[in-house]
Design a protein around this ligand. Structure first.
Ligand SMILES: Nc1ncnc2c1ncn2[C@@H]1O[C@H](COP(=O)(O)OP(=O)(O)OP(=O)(O)O)[C@@H](O)[C@H]1O
Ligand SMILES: [Mg+2]
Length: 112
């Protein structure tokens, strides 16, 4: 079991949600986050002077899936979230030790 954590443009969340639904992945967690990547933010102009907006709002999508579904989910997210411009985001794949459905106490891939 793996957790796919994708930090993407907030404006791409609906596209990513639909792309995941299209491959049968409905359950997910969304969080408003702030961060920066390799450009250390954005350069902006205001009243003639330049300043750096170094922490930029993004959205984090978390999806936990069986190992065999990781590639399909990563591909779907990349395709839906990509604009080709800097700041499209990043995906981390993290091993998950255990999953439990609270209502029933079931464990494992079946609860995903
Ligand atoms: N190494 C990292 N560790 C944790 N969070 C990161 C890391 N890299 C990126 N992020 C998060 O992902 C967001 C988007 O990063 P971003 O797309 O700018 O990555 P990048 O490496 O700069 O790629 P690009 O050159 O396409 O902009 C950041 O705002 C930050 O929240
Ligand atoms: Mg960047």
């Amino acid at each position: 079991m793996q957790k796919i954590e994708a930090i993407i443009r907030t404006g791409k969340v609906d596209d990513v949600k639909h792309a995941l639904e299209a491959i049968g992945k409905v359950s997910l967690t969304l969080t408003d986050v702030k961060g920066r990547g390799q450009q250390k933010g954005l350069k902006r102009q205001w009243r003639g002077s330049e300043y750096i907006l170094d922490i930029i709002p993004k959205t984090k999508i978390e999806v936990v899936v069986p190992d065999g579904d990781v590639d399909a989910v990563v591909t779907a997210i990349c395709k839906a979230a990509r604009t080709g411009q800097i700041g499209d985001g990043k995906i981390f794949v993290i091993p998950v030790g255990k999953t439990i459905r609270v209502r029933t106490g079931e464990e494992g891939d079946a609860v995903l």
